[in-house]
Design a protein around this ligand. Sequence first.
Ligand code: G1P
Length: 293
Amino acid sequence: MKPLIEKAVFPIAGLGSRFLPATKASAKEMLPVVDKPLIQYAVEEAYAAGIRQMIFVTGRTKRSVEDHFDTAYELESELEAAGKHELLQVARSIAPDDMTCVYVRQPRALGLGHAVLCAKELVGPNPFAVLLADDLMVGPAGGGGIMQQMVSQYAQWRASVLAVQDVPREHTQRYGIVSGKDVADGVVDVSGIVEKPKPENAPSTLAVAGRYILTPGIFAELEHLPRGTGGEIQLTDAIAQLLRREKVFAYRYTGTRYDCGSKLGFLQATVDLGETHAQVGREFAQWLAGRAS
Ligand code: G1P
């Protein structure tokens, strides 16, 4: 049976200026949390949700992402010759045989909405996922990843689904904020969405995390959207327009989001994922505990 959602879009053309100097000549999506680049966490989350076609919207300095998901013949044959089978498996598992990766350029940094619009031809006529690799999302132990939870919601509502979480009111200016009414456990029928409102203007404290399932109707909205501040085309504004024609649901996901677009969030992810890492977790946790005392 074909999966409900077959394609995922990863907008990765952003400059990553918050991580300078590390990101001057290399992709912020390749920054590793413990031993895996941010983009791989997002791709694995999509793959776990049944998605097999990964569409990367790239820009300059992002070639390393293409290389990462490509076969590395020299590396593989050296590991094979050296009998390093476990590492060989690690290298091969980055791009499973049934996964395809395609790349399209976002020629100018005109915002997240514009990045998604760049993928229009590759996405085609079906609903699709969008994952922002800056947001590292970890599902509950033993449970499904966040995108998998969202695909289940899509199966039920057959409409666009936005991942949301409650945030402190003083943080509303960092997010798209939704309003609406609860229609099921953890599910909100969205009536409005605004990008980065001031705390005093925010319609709620329900913030969009970087995971979306969108119907292809979003492309028509993106195409007709006037440019917002800084000449940018905001995905949030297109979703607000889509609401006039289609239902959109917000889903309070179960799990943890690390804002790896910020240094603090990145460090928090590193510590949390370090502590549970199969290879170094125990020793690292002991070391941390020793430092705290
Ligand atoms: C983007 C979206 C915003 C969303 C956020 C989640 O903002 O525009 O609506 O809440 O991602 O991380 P950015 O963080 O790229 O400024």
